[in-house]
Design a protein around this ligand. Structure first.
Ligand code: SF4
Length: 305
């Protein structure tokens, strides 16, 4: 279909903006009609014959300190740096600080979010806010990009085909979906499942930071480039972001537990990307194995097919 000149210019401008952020790979999140078979994808990823040995990748797991992130950013030769903008800064005390129970804290954060109209996404066709789901005491947290059509419909993150794949990834780690906490950088579906704008991430992510501080996970897995780059404020390709540990402390918030000094963060591919490029599933499995070693998890003898 031919695009008119104005639309072409707008698209070029949008792509340039994401390129400046270091995002070059574009994919469509869970949609209702046009994705590959879930059964094929899940089998491919979780067949035990596909499972590399746990000890094989220990050399990849290196803790990235903030100074090294700077190096990575420079090496990526990307123009814009979002770190300087301190996008998560939230100065005031939060109402959940008065409670120690993470479930209650999450409830307070949800109430504070309300029927949010803080960014333009509230008037661009969202059906509902997708806050997050899972155990308030989870040691492991997965953070994706934004709700898709199924998530918008059901009010829960990762419930479409990509969600099914994420469930299988969690099972392959020897966990259940209920054991972890799952959320996204932004809580409302962008129209047409487009990649979130920077302003939308900046406006919405402080609530995610409060969720992280309330849950106090040991490990966070950033799913995909947008989540990784927003959480870490690093402009680097996925190939560089993956395979390392990062110290992550949500800024602008504090935890009720002074012994919690933040989470370790790993980066892997977004499940929607894996559905579109199943060859990368083995790489994603390596990332998850790194996480399993950190959490002391052993894979089940034979994972679900
Ligand atoms: S995306 Fe976040 S900030 Fe924007 S309207 Fe939804 S809940 Fe509010």
């Amino acid at each position: 279909m031919a695009l008119d000149a104005q639309l072409r210019r707008a698209l070029a401008e949008r792509i340039r903006y994401y390129n400046e952020l270091g995002i070059y790979d574009f994919y469509r999140r869970s949609g209702p009609a046009d994705e590959p078979s879930l059964a094929d994808s899940a089998k491919d990823l979780f067949r035990s014959s596909d499972t590399p040995h746990l000890a094989g990748d220990s050399a990849r797991a290196k803790l990235i300190q903030p100074e090294e992130r700077e190096d990575m950013t420079r090496r990526a030769a990307v123009a814009r740096r979002v770190r300087d903008e301190n996008i998560f800064e939230v100065a005031a005390d939060k109402p959940e600080y008065s409670v120690a129970d993470p479930a209650k804290a999450l409830k307070i954060i949800r109430e504070d979010l309300g029927d949010c109209t803080r960014c333009v996404l509230h008037k661009q066709g969202r059906k509902q806010i997708v806050f997050g789901v899972g155990s308030p005491r989870a040691e492991l947290m997965f953070i994706g990009e934004a709700p898709g059509a199924d998530e918008d419909q059901q009010g829960e993150p990762f419930v479409g085909r990509a969600g099914q794949l994420l469930n299988n990834m969690i099972k392959a780690m020897g966990l259940q979906r209920e054991d972890v906490y799952i959320a996204n950088i932004i809580k409302c579906r962008p129209p047409g499942n487009r990649t979130p704008e920077r302003e939308e991430c900046e406006t919405c992510s402080p609530f995610l930071m409060r969720q992280v501080a309330a849950i106090k996970p040991k490990v966070i897995v950033a799913l995909g480039a947008v989540a990784a780059k927003t959480l870490l404020a690093i402009n680097a390709p996925m190939a560089e972001l993956r395979g390392h540990w990062y110290e992550f402390k949500p800024t602008g918030v504090r935890s009720d537990d002074p012994s919690w000094r933040g989470a370790k963060l790993a980066v892997t591919y977004h499940p929607a990307f894996l559905l579109r490029d199943p060859r990368q599933k083995k790489e994603a499995w390596k990332d998850l194995q790194m996480v399993m070693r950190e959490l002391g998890l052993k894979p089940p003898a034979r994972v679900a097919e």
